[in-house]
Design a protein around this ligand. Structure first.
Ligand code: COA
Length: 173
């Protein structure tokens, strides 16, 4: 057996990454990260995870639906799932080699650094990969979009059209 064989085998395994977040709701910034991630990985699992410090506006099923609606039925490389328990345990179970996190500004770094190191401490086989958000999206977050929409601001172009519609419905009632 050649000593190169394990490396070759590693290379032929599907490269799966989990992109976790609250996605309340998904924004163009998140979509930008998913598109970039698809150039590096064979499959991305968009994992809706629980952040105990957040009280989401949209139910889990609504968030899932909104993400799914961004991709046609033919886009088999993007899966949307719910993550319960530890993120790295989920990633390991799903055979993912990496977690993707988007960075917008230096202010994201402290928290992301902490999260990545803690995740690595728990599970060494899952790497964290940081991708830079496109310049157009560096100032947006789900909260700022919800806040603008709540007060009647136009968030068109910052979220997909169907998400814009959901926000409008939610804040009209
Ligand atoms: N474009 C636009 N907005 C972006 C963005 C991008 N590219 N990247 C991040 N954001 C925004 C998000 O919209 C979110 O905004 P909000 O705070 O207004 O909701 C914010 O930046 C960051 O949130 P998000 O990416 O959703 O992550 P989070 O901090 O809510 O989630 C988890 C963190 C869910 C990944 C983390 O809590 C977790 O891993 N939970 C599972 C349990 C676990 O394993 N815990 C141990 C961790 S060591």
């Amino acid at each position: 057996m050649s000593s190169y064989e394990p490396l070759v085998r590693e290379k032929t395994k599907a490269r799966i990454a989990v992109y976790p977040g609250t996605f309340d709701p998904i924004t163009m910034g998140h979509l930008d990260i998913i598109q970039r991630g698809l150039t590096l990985f064979d499959k991305i699992i968009v994992g809706i995870a629980k952040n105990p410090s957040k009280q989401p506006l949209f139910e889990l099923e609504e968030r899932k639906e909104m993400i799914r609606a961004c991709f046609g039925p033919d886009e088999e490389r993007v899966e949307v799932d719910e993550v319960s328990g530890l993120l790295v345990d989920y990633a390991y179970r799903r055979g993912a080699m990496a977690l993707i996190r988007g960075l917008r500004a230096v202010s994201d770094f402290d928290y992301e650094f902490q999260l990545a190191l803690m995740n690595r401490r728990i599970e060494r086989e899952v790497e964290t990969v940081f991708l830079m958000t496109g310049f157009r999206w560096i100032y947006i977050s789900s909260s700022i979009i919800k806040d603008a929409a709540r007060h009647g601001g136009d968030v068109g172009g910052l979220v997909p059209d169907h998400v814009c519609e959901r926000l409008r419905e939610r804040f009209m009632t």
